[in-house]
Design a binder for this molecule. Structure first.
Ligand code: ADP
Ligand code: MG
Length: 138
């Protein structure tokens, strides 16, 4: 059975020119790309996307970071996609992330941490819908 997850290559990684390396790691880990694009998130889009973190002290910083440059959302499919993708990216703080994970390789710190990953099957579908219309996905 295959599941969905949403990845986002965040502005720090886009600026570092590592989109290709990150996409390669994702596809080599067995994920199928159902949709990919580069977009600049508006403040309203970033605020809505991270609504669950509204009460967290880093919310404003997070919205500012995510709107600081273009991002690359990627709709992914794989068996056990949410957990497998989170394993591939590593811990939120790259200092805590396992060797070889995307965040260990490409993230600077726990705020500017290279990539996003959905945290549940339910949120994955909501998050994919935030960036992609049905006709943009295979
Ligand atoms: P994850 O992205 O691993 O699911 P969270 O959902 O907890 O992590 O947080 C969402 C995003 O908010 C993180 O990826 C990171 O960019 C940012 N963030 C999390 N914790 C902090 C923090 N303590 N200070 C600044 N930014 C943070
Ligand atoms: Mg999260």
């Amino acid at each position: 059975m295959s599941n969905k997850t949403l990845a986002i290559i965040k502005p720090d990684a886009v600026k570092k020119n590592v989109i290709g390396q990150i996409v390669t790691k994702i596809t080599e880990a067995g994920f199928k790309i159902n949709g990919i694009k580069q977009v600049r998130m508006s403040k309203a889009s970033a605020e809505a996307f991270y609504e669950v973190h509204k009460e967290r002290p880093f919310y404003n910083e997070l919205v500012e970071f995510m709107t600081s440059g273009p991002v690359v959302p990627i709709a992914l499919e794989r068996e056990n996609a949410v957990a497998e993708y989170r394993k591939l990216i590593g811990a939120t703080d790259p200092a805590q992330a396992d060797e070889g994970t995307i965040r260990k390789l490409f993230a600077a710190n726990k705020a500017e941490n290279a990539v996003h990953g959905s945290d549940s099957d339910e949120n994955a579908l909501i998050e994919i819908g935030h960036f992609f219309s049905k006709s943009e996905l295979i």
